[in-house]
Structures are given as structure tokens and as C-alpha cells.
Design a binder for this molecule. Structure first.
Ligand SMILES: [Ca+2]
Length: 188
């Protein structure tokens, strides 16, 4: 049931941002038809509270002179908030099957060279880490002060259970960076 709610929510989010980023919304809608468990978040409705997502305090606007990748909201990491807006959900609430890989796509914006900048997948059992993987974004960022697309594949190469919790977030290591239009999908 929760899975259905997530899908419905994604549709709601898509309609919510259709005026701002029709291309992204269209792409996400296509992906949703291919797989029921595609999670998309453009941050535009995040401040209202979206189930399965936490750390709303990192939702912000871009600084003067820069634009969000979609709409007006992004998630920001900095010296205070090392971790971005975060997807957090038990596998049993995402799909009846357990994934062999988690795919995280999105856009990142950084004003400075930052070797720590990364996307993290954290799988835990009652907050005890079972799998923790990091995808470095510094090499992906060919130009500073621009939105750069990324796609990270995290293989789930350890046994997991339906009651294990998945967390997906960006990590800035204390420096300022922005993320927008996060998409999480799975291989089964
Ligand atoms: Ca946005």
C-alpha cells in the first residue's frame, strides 16, 4: 500500500512541477510506466512534508544570480548541514522484491572544487549499517557554478531484508553545494 502511495505522490509531484520543468516531468512519467518503483523529487513541494523524505531544513533557494535546476527550490549542503534532503524508507514499503542495485540520478551544482562531494546510499538494520557506499561527484563536475547531471549505480552486494532501511542523500563534507531533481530507481 505504501508503494502505491509513493507512486501517487510522485504523480502529484510531477503535476506540481509540470509548469516549471515539463521535460523532466515527462521523462519521469515515462520511467514510472517502465517501473512502479521510481521515486522522483524536484524539491518544489518538500517544505510541505513528503512521506519517506527527511531533513527539510536543507531545502532552500539558490543564491543571487543562480537558478534552481527545476522550479525555485533545491537542497543545500554547507558547513552546518553536511547531509542533504534525504530519502528514507524500508525496502518493504518500496517494493515486494528486494533490489540488486539502487540507481540515483540528479543534478549537482558546486561553486568550488570539493573532493568530499558525493552521493551516499546507506542501508541499515535498526540504524546499524549493513551497506554504505559513496559515489564521488568531484570528477563528474566538469564546470563549477553549473548544474551537472549525474547517474550513480550502487550494487546491493550484501544480503538485505525487507525490514532494512534505505537512505539516499548528498554529502558535502562541510562545503556549499546544491542538489535538485533527484530520481531513485532500482534493479531487481
Ligand atoms: Ca527544484
Amino acid at each position: 500500500m505504501k508503494k502505491v502511495i509513493i507512486s501517487m505522490l510522485a504523480v502529484f509531484v510531477l503535476f506540481g512541477c509540470s509548469n516549471n520543468s515539463p521535460k523532466v516531468a515527462e521523462q519521469a512519467a515515462t520511467d514510472m510506466q517502465e517501473s512502479p518503483a521510481v521515486i522522483f523529487n524536484d524539491m518544489e513541494n518538500a517544505l510541505g512534508g513528503i512521506p519517506s523524505w527527511i531533513n527539510e531544513k536543507t531545502i532552500s533557494r539558490m543564491p543571487e544570480g543562480a537558478s534552481a535546476h527545476s522550479g525555485i527550490f533545491v537542497t543545500r549542503v554547507d558547513g552546518e548541514d553536511l547531509y542533504s534532503y534525504t530519502f528514507r524508507e524500508n525496502f518493504s514499503n518500496i517494493n515486494e522484491k528486494l533490489p540488486v542495485a539502487v540507481i540515483v540520478e540528479g543534478y549537482v551544482f558546486s561553486a568550488e572544487n570539493n573532493p568530499s562531494l558525493s552521493v551516499i546510499v546507506d542501508i541499515n538494520e535498526n540504524n546499524k549499517t549493513v551497506l554504505w557506499k559513496s559515489y564521488a561527484l568531484n570528477d563528474v563536475i566538469t564546470n563549477l557554478n553549473q548544474w551537472i547531471p549525474f547517474a550513480a549505480r550502487f550494487s546491493v552486494d550484501t544480503p538485505v531484508s525487507p525490514d532494512y532501511q534505505l537512505k539516499v542523500f548528498g554529502y558535502g563534507g562541510g562545503k556549499v553545494a546544491y542538489f535538485d531533481d533527484l530520481k531513485i530507481s532500482f534493479e531487481y
